[in-house]
Design a protein around this ligand. Structure first.
Ligand SMILES: NC(=O)c1ccc[n+]([C@@H]2O[C@H](COP(=O)([O-])OP(=O)(O)OC[C@H]3O[C@@H](n4cnc5c(N)ncnc54)[C@H](OP(=O)(O)O)[C@@H]3O)[C@@H](O)[C@H]2O)c1
Length: 290
């Protein structure tokens, strides 16, 4: 049996932990589980018979990123599936958000993902196969108040991933964006700093932030099921791997709502959109001149 080697970032808690726990129990998988601190992955020891490598990886630390890729190749020869799961959130109105916090969130959610992907992609190109699973969010498609900067990170992940997909599709490499709505992980609680509005114009959003904080660990989404779905898609349905995988009813509802409304908008504006181009003969002339 050909084993696939998975490298998953942020496997201490949440989706990453569930993915690691399930991958660790499969015969057809080698697992490179990563976390920021020693001791965070001891829960995997009970499953380890040589098919698991535990690696320290803070995705904002370039040296650790380079070493994690090296450690994976040393342990198992390659990486077949990269899961960019590590990530955090931030709640606050656009005006009142703490910029140091939100810049750090970009460092983790966007630049960390970019850094490790640029280490692993050459390995996949060489072997002419691989899968990159990037954790976006329904927040990578649909926007709420008080999450402007989180959306910024996840819309960035969507755009970057779509573009990578087009660059590597003829090289045997596939991508999948995972777009969950609320799931019972640490995300809405300890993994999201919160700035309550102080300006009276924004008072109403304090309730929303409080609701999200109070709702932590009571979300409708089950990370165990999410992990099983992701693993099944990659292990068993690679030929039809979805470019986007919304997870949870809220995610599916909002994705459909957003795309339906947006499609209608684009259709309504069709003539206006086209009217912004040069007339066709002028385009031809300018192309010949170029
Ligand atoms: N849960 C949801 O409702 C939801 C919905 C949509 C998308 N997501 C996305 O799902 C992904 C996983 O989050 P989660 O929901 O499982 O939340 P979580 O339980 O808070 O897990 C996040 C993991 O990322 C790790 N992490 C944070 N900063 C890191 C860094 N600099 N380097 C390496 N690892 C780092 C954390 O490590 P520590 O334990 O050391 O802090 C933690 O293990 C995130 O990208 C999140 O945006 C979550």
């Amino acid at each position: 049996m050909m084993k696939k080697t998975w490298l998953v970032t942020g496997t201490h808690t949440g989706f990453g932990k569930e993915l690691a726990t399930q991958l660790a129990q499969r015969d057809d998988v080698n697992l490179v589980a990563t976390s920021r601190k020693f001791g965070q992955l001891d829960y995997l020891d009970q499953y380890n018979h040589g098919q698991i490598a535990k690696v320290i990886l803070d995705v904002t630390n370039h040296e650790q990123v380079v070493n994690a890729a090296k450690d994976a190749v040393t342990a198992f020869g390659t990486v077949d599936v990269l899961v960019n799961n590590a990530g955090l959130g931030y709640f606050g109105t656009f005006e009142e958000s703490n910029l140091a916090d939100v810049k750090y969130m970009f460092d983790v959610n966007v630049w960390g993902l970019v850094d490790i992907t640029r280490e692993i992609l050459p390995i996949m190109r060489k072997q002419k196969s691989g899968v990159i699973v990037n954790f976006s969010s329904i927040g990578g498609l649909y926007s709420f108040p008080t999450l402007a900067f989180y959306h910024g990170t996840k819309y960035a992940v969507e755009g970057i991933t779509e573009s990578i997909a087009k660059e590597v599709k003829d090289l045997g490499i596939k991508t999948m964006l995972v777009e969950p709505s609320g799931f019972r992980t640490d995300w809405a609680g300890r993994s999201s700093n919160k700035t309550m509005p102080t300006h009276e114009d924004y008072n109403q959003f304090g309730d929303f932030i409080k609701q999200m904080a109070d709702g932590a660990h009571h979300e409708p989404g089950d990370p165990v099921k999410a992990a099983a779905i992701i693993i099944n898609q990659v292990q068993n349905h690679l030929d039809n791997l979805p470019a986007r995988l919304p997870l949870g009813k809220v995610s599916s509802d909002l994705a459909i709502e957003k795309y339906t409304e947006t499609l209608q908008n684009f259709k309504d504006l069709r003539n206006l959109s086209l009217s912004a181009d040069f007339p066709e003969e002028k385009q031809l002339i300018s192309k010949e001149q170029a």
